[in-house]
Write a protein that binds this ligand. Structure first.
Ligand SMILES: [Zn+2]
Ligand SMILES: [Zn+2]
Length: 177
């Protein structure tokens, strides 16, 4: 084994985001966000219910499953706070400024037998709006074939000056893989 062979920075951050995602508390999804600024990890979190509330695992069910909510719809009926939102919120708790930071996002879904399957997942509109206002610069995610995608968050805002949210070139609910 060549011990001088190290993971790239991307691989390193992604593997930590994967570890963060393993703390998720939902039967449908497993997601982790890692926020990096000037090569320093400044915030992380996963999909999880608000503090002092019962999460999907503690209740033994997912509210969205009980209500038969299709994937990518009605996020207000999710007990959890999305990973991106939680990472932004945790930065505030730690008095950390996210200006110009990069968010690495790791996303998987769970099938009916609870197998973890790599998923392509773009941020939802709620997360996109929050990422714009948190002044995060880049959003990095990996699709189901592990291809890296880098999004310039400010570009989303510019797109919405000309067009509207629903005109997005790639719509998060259209990515089914
Ligand atoms: Zn759930
Ligand atoms: Zn979201």
């Amino acid at each position: 084994m060549d011990i001088t062979k190290r993971p790239s920075k991307d691989e390193y951050y992604l593997s930590i985001a994967e570890e963060v995602a393993s703390r998720s508390t939902c039967y449908r999804t497993r997601q982790g966000s890692l926020i990096v600024k000037d090569d320093q990890i400044i915030s992380t979190w996963y999909v999880g219910a608000p503090r002092l509330t019962k999460d999907c695992f503690e209740r033994g069910n997912c509210l969205r499953n009980i209500l038969n909510v299709p994937a990518w719809e009605r996020y207000e009926l999710c007990r959890s706070v999305h990973a991106e939102q939680n990472a932004i919120i945790n930065a505030a708790r730690a008095w950390v400024n996210l200006f110009g930071a990069t968010l690495y996002h790791y996303s998987c879904r769970l099938d009916s037998e609870w197998n973890v399957i790599k998923q392509s997942a773009l941020p939802c509109f709620i997360c996109k709006k929050m990422l714009i206002n948190a002044w995060i610069k880049f959003y990095i995610w990996y699709d189901s074939t592990w291809i890296k995608h880098v999004y310039d968050v400010e570009k989303w805002a510019q797109d919405w000056q000309e067009k509207d949210m629903v005109d997005d070139e790639i719509k998060y609910w259209e990515i089914k893989k």
